[in-house]
Design a protein around this ligand. Sequence first.
Ligand SMILES: C[S@@+](CC[C@H](N)C(=O)[O-])C[C@H]1O[C@@H](n2cnc3c(N)ncnc32)[C@H](O)[C@@H]1O
Length: 216
Amino acid sequence: MIKNIFDSEILDYCIAKGVREPAAIQKLREYSSSLDNGRMLITPIQGAFLSLLIKLTNVKNILEIGTFTGYSAAWMGNAIPSNGKLITLDISHEHINHAIQCWTNLNIKQQIEAKLGDAIELMNQFIANKQIFDLVFIDANKAQYIEYYELSLQLLNSGGIIIIDNVLMYGQVLDKNPQKKYLKVLQTLNDIIIADNRVEVCMLPVGDGLTIVRKN
Ligand SMILES: C[S@@+](CC[C@H](N)C(=O)[O-])C[C@H]1O[C@@H](n2cnc3c(N)ncnc32)[C@H](O)[C@@H]1O
């Protein structure tokens, strides 16, 4: 019996055998998934991948674009060393309080700073302040992904990492005549990155598609 690796049974097996999700992070996922827009979360496999990548590359300072209820921030905050820091940006404060409670349970609250505001404005402020990060995780407004990518490159030294979620947009990136702006932007960004000699790249079909970029 040969199965498509995107078969949900196979993915469930990967989660069961390949992901150790801390109980407090699992609770946050279950709560977040029950919300109307609960589909916005990264998957547990993506969370475990981010966590391992952070440890493998000794990442200390992370910028996250798009907090939502703090699920991906919890995975990443849990992975950074005690002298590391994660700044996460979101335009909506609605779910932040719940996220802070979860981060408290994991004992990582003091390492995470949630900033309220428009990501592009905040990123420009960081650039003006000459702030540098080891890793930027992009997961906010899809129509602004090209701006996020360009600004992220300015916030990294050589060797810095950008991770971009939803680069497959549930398969819609294959659409040859896209009508939605966010879809055109995602397709254009994917074209830009594969031709961009400022970076090395690998696009993974994990979750809704994850592009990993290393700044040269
Ligand atoms: C896909 S969700 C983030 C999910 C989160 N990274 C996770 O996996 O747990 C996207 C978030 O981006 C936020 N967002 C949308 N537009 C934004 C903007 N212009 N600036 C900052 N955040 C924005 C939304 O409020 C939403 O919470």
